[in-house]
Ligand binder design. Structure first.
Ligand SMILES: Cc1cc2nc3c(=O)[nH]c(=O)nc-3n(C[C@H](O)[C@H](O)[C@H](O)COP(=O)(O)O)c2cc1C
Length: 258
């Protein structure tokens, strides 16, 4: 009976409070101690995704990444600004920062992203001998439910698409999520995204592309039951290849490759 009297309300609160304090100290120390490891894992994951877009094995990420040179790019001038460590640049943060972003008006914003960072990154992929093979460009844009983040790999003359990959999105598995389907990604390889004036003209059509059609080289089969995600991908690819995305840089590179 005497032990029951000890269970007062204030003691219950004290125990609960102590438990909360101990748990929050544990959680915050874990967050602090693991931050470095988390950042290292994030950087490794990002490099892995770039290697996948480059078509380089990810068995040894650091070795594979030695074939990739990362350059900072000024989107408005189309000028490369030198080598950078890609893990030190946060394009998403920059796109939200009024001192580092460019706001897009509704006419420009076909990718539904409102603003972009003034600078971007370009990954130059070399072969084993150090000869430039292709370029990889970070891209993103709205699908149906989410913003899709990925990479577009272009050949060294910026004439054809080498690969399109997404590493983050929230589209529905089996519908818009089929953007990750290797069969669909394969369709993009070798497509010609520009008209004769250098304007991006990629079309993700409803249904299947007729290989005999005049525009077949610019067209991609739509994802069935996911027209809205398909449209989003079309728009984001055209946005980033256009004048408000990498257009100026691409024009320069195409000019010098002729
Ligand atoms: C639960 C649910 C999830 C859906 N997810 C997607 C999606 O991820 N992407 C998409 O384009 N459409 C999605 N849709 C279908 C769209 O609402 C729309 O019907 C579709 O994009 C039209 O494409 P279709 O003309 O090819 O059928 C989803 C529908 C439902 C009910």
């Amino acid at each position: 009976m005497a032990s029951h009297k000890k269970d007062t309300l204030s003691k219950t609160f004290v125990v609960a409070l102590l438990l909360c304090v101990v748990c929050s100290v544990l959680v915050s120390s874990a967050a602090v101690f693991l931050r470095e490891k988390q950042n290292a894992n994030k950087a490794l994951d990002m490099k892995k995704n770039i290697l996948i877009a480059a078509g380089i094995s990810t068995d040894n990420v650091e070795a594979g990444f030695r074939r990739i040179k990362t350059q900072k790019l000024d989107l408005q001038s189309g000028e490369l600004e030198g080598a950078v460590d890609p893990t030190k640049i946060d394009l998403r943060k920059m796109a939200k920062d009024p001192t580092q972003n460019l706001m897009l008006n509704s006419q420009q914003d076909i990718a539904g992203i409102k603003s972009i960072a003034q600078k971007s990154l370009v990954y130059l992929v070399n072969d084993e001998d150090g000869t430039l093979q292709k370029y990889i460009l970070p891209i993103h844009g709205k699908g149906l439910w989410s913003t899709l983040y990925g990479f577009l790999a272009m050949d060294k003359t910026f004439s054809q698409i080498e690969a399109l990959t997404f590493y983050e999105h929230g589209e529905t598995p089996g519908l818009g999520g089929e953007v990750d389907n290797p069969r669909w990604k394969k369709i993009w390889e070798g497509k010609l995204p520009f008209d004769e004036l250098g304007n991006p003209i990629v079309r993700v059509i409803k249904g299947r592309v007729d290989p005999q059609a005049q525009d077949a080289s610019h067209q991609i089969d739509g994802l069935s039951g996911a027209t809205l995600t398909s449209n989003g991908v079309e728009h984001l690819v055209n946005f980033w290849l256009g004048q408000n995305g990498y257009g100026k840089f691409i024009q320069k590179m195409r000019g010098s490759a002729l």
